[in-house]
Design a protein around this ligand. Structure first.
Ligand SMILES: Nc1nc2c(c(=O)[nH]1)N[C@H]1C(S)=C(S)[C@@H](COP(=O)(O)OP(=O)(O)OC[C@H]3O[C@@H](n4cnc5c(=O)[nH]c(N)nc54)[C@H](O)[C@@H]3O)O[C@H]1N2
Ligand SMILES: Nc1nc2c(c(=O)[nH]1)N[C@H]1C(S)=C(S)[C@@H](COP(=O)(O)OP(=O)(O)OC[C@H]3O[C@@H](n4cnc5c(=O)[nH]c(N)nc54)[C@H](O)[C@@H]3O)O[C@H]1N2
Ligand SMILES: [Mo]
Length: 765
């Protein structure tokens, strides 16, 4: 008989998607009290005349005519269009100290923010403040600093192109490049790594390519939860017989079997489609080794073929015409032994060879990847080795083949495209000069890690956040919280109350803004904004719901208010004109970034338009004009070998969460209900520590870079199908264990998915 499992832990055998997903949506609609209106809202998501779903950056089918059902998209939309409100009465009732004790779920679940608020230390409460007064305080605060470099300007990836562009204009006119943004925690390894490999920091495939590929390699992403609309694509591919090879330490349900809510037969018969044809449970941080193993197997097959007078398995014509560096890569791979690869990846030679054979036998291969690749101390190396792997057989820049990073927030890619970057290129500075007649500062600004460091040691005194929940999303919770409390000025432009707002400094202001679903009317009439998906498609988004209150403003309006109060008429920028009609913002974007030529016309075409991605057409905008095979250092240190009693902690999103937004306490596909205080562990790792499932455990960081001790206490151990040496827990709870200093040196991406730790029985009651 099976032992009794801990509270809330059950086997969940159903496929991902299916009826479970429909039931979950019905429940969410009811919880947010918007049954009638809410279902109509959902039908407008990702339709050509509707709004862009704030859920994820997966593209829409080019000719979306029918409603695409997506459980987590539905949650994101209902969470935003909720009927619940947090207004002045709420803040009269609850002090900030009291709210501090609430969970992240409780804070956001109060509903939409409706009034501009300022923290009053005497009463320990947020009080309403007028918009003009708030803007004046912000302007005074910024102008009181000794230097513009003492202020930080954070962007979370929901901001539209228009809001983000105005934000960077304000910041550059003010005089700094301090642009921490959520990409720094997310796909920065892609933005830094891919330009050196293939000349562009973006994915090369289009949605249509999935109809033509004949193998898909999936590394470190969990689409059933984080990009559910991608499941339709994978489902179709699997049904076409396309092998899908997965590398992931956890057996994610949707990558095993998926029932498409779009498929009447699967729904009626409660059947499902197997997704992965092979599932390789790589150790956390073992991808570099696995990728080197795959390439080693390809080279060995190539040698065998050549020895037998075959023509080899590499695409030699492509390599000769389009690439440089193969010999150096080959030397590195030859020098890496199978023994090292097997130990560091946790995968057998046979498994890696069989995956390589699938790769070799496929003419057109797409590789998809997510945070399992990027959020490591060697994230940039991982990305570049993945590009190498594709280049070996010319799987780049042709139909049905290419690289597909799964981006996070719905417009995180667009925000970067329109100028949110701490390292401005000459092209960007020239463009700004053309459009606005001034030359913005060129010196490198702060990324997210540098921002927290600067706040911590007092070099930065102000922080303006265009959305997000920076200190909760960042590693090293204790440091981040302390850094927030030292600020002279903090401003949060937000839709919902979150913990960042409770980390008050001298002057702390929360400004309520519209979300994607809200109708945005300015002087010239209703406005659309534009966004870029993870396949570089730019399209319009227009909300249609009445905003949650009279007081709320659009993000562009709030940025303009801050800009006018801070800059006056510096450089003669026509802020009011741009705000009155967003077409005028787009006219300026087009001047700065010529790739947006004819922006206002092209974005009005159904489905929008695609920005240039040179590598998609085999144009390599690298320094050599070729695609580059790049070498990464060895694999041993990267896999953070589990010497002694050390383990590697990886941090995950549950199914009922959107980053720091916790919709609910379930993680259905992993069999967790009503709790998040769990750590997934291999049964042998439990036994080796004298622990049993259900035991309370503490997690201690083994990172020694700064001599500080970090840890969390009183979590519950769950026996789980996960490689030995790897454990997993939820983000953001685990951020207290992760050191700010533990990040990819090349991109600054925190090593959220490769944290060296020790697990011990808990003394906590
Ligand atoms: N519903 C919902 N949608 C979202 C989000 C959300 O929180 N909720 N967040 C959005 C954002 S900002 C982002 S960036 C994306 C994130 O989307 P994902 O990249 O899918 O995010 P994660 O949940 O962090 O984890 C990815 C997967 O990596 C695996 N993994 C962990 N460590 C390793 C490793 O070392 N190697 C390998 N190969 N795999 C590993 C985990 O088991 C997990 O399956 O989703 C976006 N969409
Ligand atoms: N341990 C660990 N930590 C991680 C990760 C991980 O995998 N593991 N992932 C990292 C990743 S990939 C990312 S992207 C970051 C995410 O970091 P952030 O982007 O900073 O965090 P979010 O949780 O997405 O932000 C949620 C808040 O955004 C506000 N918001 C929502 N919609 C809107 C809007 O339309 N406009 C405005 N102005 N505000 C809005 C709401 O107030 C809400 O509370 O976290 C990172 N942190
Ligand atoms: Mo992200």
């Amino acid at each position: 008989m099976a032992a009794k499992r801990p509270y809330g832990i059950k086997e969940y055998d159903a496929p991902a998607g299916g009826w479970g997903a429909l039931r979950a949506v019905a429940k969410t609609l009811a919880q947010q009290q918007i049954v009638a209106q809410g279902s109509a809202t959902l039908m407008k998501a990702n339709q050509p005349d509707g709004f862009d779903c704030p859920g994820c950056a997966w593209p829409d089918p080019r000719h979306a005519s029918s409603f695409e059902f997506c459980e987590n998209g539905a949650k994101a939309i209902t969470w935003e269009s909720t009927a619940k409100r947090v207004g002045p009465e709420f803040f009269q009732l609850h002090s900030v100290s009291e709210l501090w004790g609430w969970t992240d779920h409780q804070l956001e679940d109060q509903g939409r923010l409706t009034h501009p608020m300022i923290y009053d230390r005497e009463t320990d409460r947020y009080q309403t403040i007028g918009w003009d007064e708030a803007f004046a305080l912000i302007g005074q605060g910024l102008n009181a600093l000794d230097s513009p470099h003492q202020a930080e300007f954070y962007t979370s990836g929901r901001a539209s192109n228009e809001a983000a562009f105005l934000f960077q204009l304000l910041v550059r006119a003010y005089g700094t490049n301090n642009f921490p943004d959520c990409s720094n925690m997310c796909h920065e390894a892609t933005s830094v790594g891919l330009p050196k490999s293939i000349g562009v920091g973006k994915g090369t495939v289009l949605l249509e390519d999935f109809d033509h590929c004949d193998a898909i390699f999936s590394f470190g992403h969990n689409p059933g939860t984080n990009h559910p609309r991608m499941m339709a694509t994978l489902h179709d591919a699997a049904r076409r017989g396309v092998p899908i090879i997965v590398f992931n330490p956890l057996k994610e349900r949707a990558l095993q079997k998926f029932a498409s809510p779009q498929n009447p037969v699967e729904m009626a018969t409660m059947s499902s489609t197997p997704i992965a044809s092979a599932y390789h449970q790589v150790k956390a941080g073992g991808d570099l080794a696995a990728l080197k193993g795959l390439m080693k197997a390809v080279f060995e097959r190539d040698d065998e073929s050549l020895a037998a007078d075959g023509k080899g398995v590499l695409d030699r014509a492509f390599i000769a015409e389009h690439t440089l560096g193969l010999e150096t890569l080959r030397e590195d791979i030859d020098a890496t032994s199978w023994e090292t690869i097997v130990t560091a990846s946790g995968l057998t030679q046979a498994a890696l060879r069989s995956a390589a054979d699938v790769y070799i036998n496929a003419k057109k291969v797409i590789a998809c990847y997510g945070m399992g690749i990027t959020q490591h101390a060697h994230g940039t190396d991982n990305v570049q080795q993945l590009a190498n792997f594709l280049l070996l057989r010319g799987n780049m820049g042709r139909e049905g083949a290419g690289i597909c990073p799964l981006r996070g927030h719905s417009n995180v890619q667009g925000d970067r495209t329109v100028g949110i970057t701490e390292i401005p290129t000459d092209a960007l500075l020239d463009g700004m000069q053309r459009a606005f007649g001034f030359r913005p500062p060129a010196e490198k600004g702060h990324n997210a890690v540098e921002t927290i460091e600067a706040m911590m040691d007092g070099r930065s005194k102000a922080l303006i956040c265009l959305g997000g929940n920076l200190p909760v999303a960042m590693p090293d919770t204790e440091t981040c919280f302390a850094a927030m409390r030292k600020l002279d000025l903090s401003v949060h432009i937000a839709t919902k109350l979150n913990r960042s707002h409770l980390l008050t400094g001298k002057t702390t202001i929360v400004l309520p803004c519209f979300g994607r679903t809200d109708l945005d009317v300015q002087a010239s009439g209703p406005q659309s904004v534009t966004v870029e998906d993870s396949m570089s498609m730019v399209h319009a988004s227009r909300g249609f719901l009445n905003p949650p209150g009279e007081q709320l403003r659009s993000e562009p309006a709030i940025v303009v208010g801050m800009a006018k109060a801070t800059l006056g008429d510096r450089y003669g920028i026509d802020w009011d004109g741009m705000l009155a009609d967003y077409d005028r913002i787009r006219d300026k974007i087009e001047i700065v970034f010529p790739d947006f030529a004819d922006y206002n016309r092209r974005v009005r075409v159904k489905g929008g338009f695609r920005l240039t991605v040179g590598a998609s057409d085999r144009i390599w905008n690298t320094t050599t004009g070729k695609a580059m095979f790049l070498v990464a250092r060895g694999v041993e240190e990267d896999a953070r070998q589990t010497a002694g009693d050390a383990l590697v902690l990886t941090t995950l999103r549950a199914h009922d969460q959107y980053n720091t937004t916790i919709y609910g306490m379930d993680d259905r596909y992993r069999g967790v209900f009503g709790r998040r205080d769990v750590i997934f562990m291999n049964a042998e790792d439990l036994a080796a520590r004298g622990l049993a499932e259900g035991d309370r455990i503490d997690i201690q960081s083994l990172w020694t870079g700064d001599g500080r001790q970090r840890g969390v206490e009183g979590f519950t151990a769950i026996a789980y199908d996960i490689p030995k040496g790897t454990i997993a827990g939820y983000y953001p709870e685990m951020n207290a264990v992760i050191a700010l200093g533990d990040h990819d040196v090349r991109s600054g991406t925190p090593a959220y998915k490769g944290v060296p730790v020790r697990v011990v029985g808990s003394a906590a009651a």
